[in-house]
Design a binder for this molecule. Structure first.
Ligand code: ADP
Ligand code: MG
Length: 717
């Protein structure tokens, strides 16, 4: 190791701006910024998307179909032609060497430029994907580099390591940046700077997994040795890549391990099971808890009784009965003379929870408060005062609960519903409303294991894997716009049978007035023309809170039979008598969102229906989403399909959920490495007493540098 690796700050050179590099002027800088690159370290991690084998030039008869190939040839024929079948103009050159011929075609081109570039006799290197359509093979829109006619190829291969005689990186580009320019920049960059990076993974771990040091890994991933297998590189299985991925995961998991350890060292409430309210509640409930509800409640009780604060994630598909579990947990906290806060992402859901909790708490002689952002000032002041004095046992609210000025007398338990709508920050704000209160977060969005490990690695997880008895899968169909009448008939049938229906339109935002208009005029035409005699309500995000409440109330009571709504009803709303939902422009919704929406029906014992009506034109991805909805009701499978269609970066809006973006790693394909890195990181945190030993100092500093704010490491800094 070099002397540099003894001090633990990253080499300041790596944080230098890119225009300090030779050959990067203002224009090149702009292009690199377009690629999201700011400093030298960013550029070191701007990795090739493919590789090109230029160890030798292949002969034309050695080229393999359907592969990117590189070869040298001379132009035999060059000119514009018109295809027989489609009568399209194309530019074609036929290129040959002593072993054969191949046809190169352009469909979009400037004729004069090509003519000048490729006169008969011109020698060049050609690069592209080889296709076989007929006897003679073709490459469409090849790349090329011109050569002098009398060039000595063997000399060329040895003379210019940035372009020939090796496996070359192929970089993601942007307008005006050519592959050749990129190679030149990254050749110099890696040569100068890869060696200044440092490896922080402890040696014994590195040896156990046979990992390279970071400088070596960066060198090899950009400019691999000639002995490397091209296939290994192309499949992302190289040792270099594995080493970089491990490094990335290791530091992520270190952060999570530290957070988890930190929680265990705090002192929290040790609640006792008094049964003062829990047993009376179970006597008045109209149903028995499901086995799954009882089992997760067991986990929660165990955590609440322990002297350290609970940090538990309760995961359960839509309609699995999470609210009831939350209610039982709340009663335990209240039995121990502490208060409870429940936060929900929307006012409608907060309002509904308020009603649920209030109904039961009222019967037990307890008090509930509802705190929203835009309450009348006097009302709010009174409420805040009662919360502070401890007169209110349980407060339900939106983000408003997390704001300054909301003080609890003694907060014992914080509950976050629909956790995926909140970030890590909100969880932490809630925690600071008390002295290490227990925290229970709930989500209906089932998270594939790889993601939940990284997203919620600091939480313990309980899963409700069973629905209340009598639930039937919601029958889901896709109707074209032209089949709308059939959809109406089906809704009419349900309404006639005394049940209720939802019609949902895509999200209304300020800028999307037209959607609001669509919802509004649909509501009118439902009431007047399509379902005359039925009571129709309209609900959207721009209505005043009181108006929203009034409509929801009517719907809950059954006075409104058909509710036309934007996605404000997406999460949590619970009206078991609603048995049919029609979703307009269903192609515009994400898969998790569709599943959430559909979860509003099928909540009682009656058979329920979901009708998806896509727009006239929609993408292939949208069509895959809709098919998944028809095929399954299983939230877990839907989440996995969603992850597949969207890719992990986009899933859940991961940035908001607190998941860092990875530079190298891929959560879908690198699971095995993730699991090893996680195990080692957790062991290391334990072995070094939360990174407090001397050997761990550089690791800890690097950890804080990388993840700092995002993992809330301030406390351990
Ligand atoms: P979610 O998990 O989606 O938040 P809810 O807590 O809103 O689900 O519950 C969905 C519905 O199931 C509610 O109407 C609730 O009263 C009902 N429910 C909950 N637990 C049971 C049970 N054990 N038996 C029957 N119905 C139940
Ligand atoms: Mg819910």
């Amino acid at each position: 190791m070099s002397a540099e690796s003894n001090h633990c700050d990253p080499s300041p050179d790596l944080l230098k701006k890119l225009d300090t590099l030779q050959g990067v002027g203002p224009r090149m800088l702009q292009k690199m910024q377009k690629l999201g690159l700011d400093c030298i370290e960013d550029a070191l991690y701007h990795l090739p998307i493919r590789y090109e084998d230029r160890r030798q030039f292949k002969k034309i008869n050695q080229l393999t179909d359907n592969q990117h190939e590189v070869f040298v040839g001379s132009v035999l024929v060059s000119g514009e032609t018109v295809t027989n079948r489609s009568r399209r103009r194309i530019y074609e050159i036929i290129v040959g060497d002593e072993t054969g011929k191949i046809s190169l075609k352009w469909f979009r081109y400037r004729s004069s430029w090509l003519k000048k570039r490729f006169p008969v006799g011109q020698k060049a290197i050609f690069i592209g994907e080889v296709k076989r359509f007929s006897a003679i093979r073709e490459i469409h829109h090849p790349d090329s580099e011109l050569l002098a006619v009398n060039i000595n190829l063997q000399q060329l291969l040895q003379s210019d390591p940035c372009n020939y005689g090796r496996i070359l990186p192929v970089y993601p580009l942007t307008d005006g940046l050519s592959q050749k320019q990129a190679r030149k920049i990254w050749y110099q960059l890696i040569g100068d700077f890869a060696k200044r990076t440092q490896s922080y993974i402890p040696e014994d771990i590195r040896e156990r997994y046979n990992l390279s040091l970071i400088p070596e890994a960066l060198q090899q991933i950009h400019w691999p040795d000639s002995s490397t297998e091209l296939q290994t590189l192309e499949r992302g299985r190289s040792l270099a890549r594995k080493s970089l991925v491990f490094d990335e995961f290791f530091f992520l998991e270190l952060g999570l391990a530290l957070k988890r350890a930190g929680v265990q060292f705090e002192e929290g409430f040790s609640f006792k099971l008094e049964h003062k309210y829990t047993i009376p509640l179970s006597k008045i409930l109209p149903f028995k808890l499901t086995g799954a509800q009882r089992s997760v409640l067991g986990d929660i009780k165990h955590d609440m009784m322990a002297p350290k604060p609970m940090h538990r994630l309760l995961q359960g598909d839509v309609g699995s009965g999470k609210t009831l579990v939350a209610l039982m947990a709340a009663l335990i906290a209240i039995e121990n003379q502490t208060q409870v806060a429940v936060i929900a992402p929307t006012e409608i859901l907060a309002e509904q929870h308020y009603q649920t909790f209030n109904t039961w708490l009222n019967k037990l002689g307890l008090t509930t408060g509802l705190l929203l952002g835009n309450m009348p000032a006097a009302k709010k002041r009174n409420l805040l005062k009662s919360i502070e004095q401890g007169d209110i046992d349980l407060v339900v609210g939106t983000h408003a609960v997390l704001q300054q000025g909301v003080e609890f007398n003694r907060l014992g338990l914080g509950i976050v519903d629909e956790q995926h709508r909140f970030g890590v920050r909100q969880r932490s704000l809630l925690k600071h409303k008390g002295v290490n209160p227990d925290i229970l977060v709930m989500t209906a969005t089932p998270i594939p294991r790889t993601l939940s490990m990284t997203l919620y690695g600091d939480l313990s997880v309980s899963v409700i894997d069973e629905l209340p008895p009598g639930r039937k899968a919601v029958m889901t169909k896709i109707y074209r716009s032209s089949q709308r009448q059939r959809a109406y008939q089906q809704i009419q049938q349900e309404l006639d049978a005394g049940r209720q229906a939802y019609v949902v339109y895509p999200l209304v935002e300020e800028s999307e007035k037209s959607d609001l208009q669509a919802a509004t005029s649909a509501a009118e035409s439902f009431a007047n023309k399509i379902f005359p005699g039925m009571r129709v309500g309209l609900l959207h995000g721009q209505m005043k809170t009181d108006d929203k409440d009034a409509v929801m109330d009517l719907f809950r009571k059954g006075d409104v039979q058909l509710l036309v709504s934007t996605t404000v009803i997406e999460v949590g709303v619970d009206v078991p008598n609603a048995t049919v939902m029609m979703i307009e422009h269903a192609d515009r919704f994400g898969l998790s969102q569709l599943h959430q929406l559909r979860g509003r029906v099928g909540r009682g014992t009656e058979k329920s229906y979901c009708i998806l009506i896509p727009s006239e034109h929609y993408s292939e991805d949208a069509s895959r989403r809709l098919r998944v909805m028809v095929e399954t009701n299983d939230g877990f499978r839907i989440a996995e399909a969603d992850l597949e269609i969207r890719g992990p970066g986009d899933f859940l809006g991961t940035r908001q959920a607190g998941l860092p973006e990875f530079r190298v790693a891929n959560l879908l394909t690198d699971v095995a490495i993730l699991e090893n890195a996680r195990k080692e990181a957790f062991d290391y945190v334990e072995k070094t007493q939360q990174l407090s030993t001397i050997e761990a100092i550089p690791v800890k500093k690097e950890l804080i540098r990388r993840w700092g704010g995002r993992l809330e490491l301030a406390a351990i800094g």
